[in-house]
Design a protein around this ligand. Structure first.
Ligand SMILES: Cc1ncc(COP(=O)(O)O)c(C=O)c1O
Length: 302
């Protein structure tokens, strides 16, 4: 699907969206990113994404030379150029990348005077309706999530080989998503999503110190749980907790809340999306619309 791209503030079509091969993002995967989507043409939870971006960047000692207002302006200009600024019923997928920039072949950050900033905008593609209605199957993969003392999973970094290898395995096994364990053998997260199980009426998700990305949707689920009187807690989870769960689901910006009904071809709970998962999904969608309306009315970011 055709994308429209903003490279260093210049808007170009997909075919002309290029960065130098000497960019350390290309050479070393040295950079950070955020994926957002719009509801009603408004980038959803913009400020939370910007906070996480700056935290990720600081963990690489990577300066981000523009403020949130400038990033928002670039998003909106790019969305406008792509006809995805809210005038139609199409929503936008927005990927923001900040890399170390162009420099000589050296790991010394001093060789890169200027970070590169790229915004990719394309139409948001939702998971198929059946994924929400019937649920999906996931696979627990053998690729272990990065140890936090290597490339810390708290960093939303462009260095995604760990996730890509895990997803390759999931694809080979015909799964919708791969679930990774950490170096201690506990469940950590999906390759591009966070994991929750439901047990005895409570939604449980691995703690951040299991080594995982602090998902924006994951955080939002804690707030939705408070709205719907569903306890949401962090808990160390192992394979057996997932196999023995009453329900399970995954969360991500582009997929919201997707029920998991099979793990490694074994049914979870009753084998259909569970009532707590569906209640949280309903709460998510209502809240997304409500925050978007508030945002549109007040002209402030959600
Ligand atoms: C490794 C990983 N975990 C979790 C998530 C979900 O995060 P969010 O809810 O912020 O999209 C993502 C999103 O791409 C991810 O890459």
């Amino acid at each position: 699907m055709a994308a429209i791209v903003n490279v260093h503030g210049r808007i170009v079509d997909q075919a002309h969206a290029v960065v130098s091969v000497f960019d350390h993002g290309f050479l070393y995967g040295e950079g950070v990113y955020e994926t957002l989507r719009t509801y009603g043409g408004e980038p959803f939870l913009f400020e939370r994404h910007m906070r996480r971006l700056r935290t990720s960047a600081s963990m690489l000692a990577l300066p981000i030379p523009i403020d949130d207002a400038e990033i928002d302006d670039r998003f909106r200009a790019t969305m406008r150029a792509g006809g995805l600024d809210g005038g139609t019923d199409k929503e936008a997928y927005i990927r923001l990348l900040v890399t170390r920039g162009v420099g000589d072949l050296s790991y010394d950050p001093a060789v890169c005077p200027e970070p590169s900033i790229v915004v990719i905008v394309k139409p948001q593609v939702d998971p198929p309706r059946e994924a929400f209605q019937r649920g999906v199957g996931v696979a627990i993969v053998s690729t272990v999530r990065n140890h936090p003392a290597t490339v810390n999973p708290l960093i939303k970094s462009n260095n995604l080989l760990n996730n890509a290898l895990a997803m390759q395995e999931a694809v080979r096994r015909g799964a919708f998503e791969g679930v990774m364990r950490n170096y201690r053998g506990e469940l950590a997260e999906g390759t591009t999503s966070n994991l929750f199980i439901v047990k005895h009426g409570a939604a449980l998700t691995p703690p951040l110190d299991a080594g995982l990305l602090p998902g924006i949707t994951r955080e939002f689920v804690f707030e939705l749980g408070a709205d719907r009187a569903v306890p949401v807690r962090e808990a160390v989870l192992r394979d057996d907790d997932l196999f023995g769960a009453d329900e399970a689901f995954l969360t991500s910006t582009t997929r919201e809340i997707v029920p998991i009904v099979q793990v490694d071809n074994r049914p979870i709970g009753t084998g259909v999306p569970g009532p707590i998962t569906l209640a949280l999904l309903d709460a998510f969608r209502r809240k997304a619309q409500e925050l978007t309306r508030t945002r549109q009315a007040a002209g402030t970011r959600t």
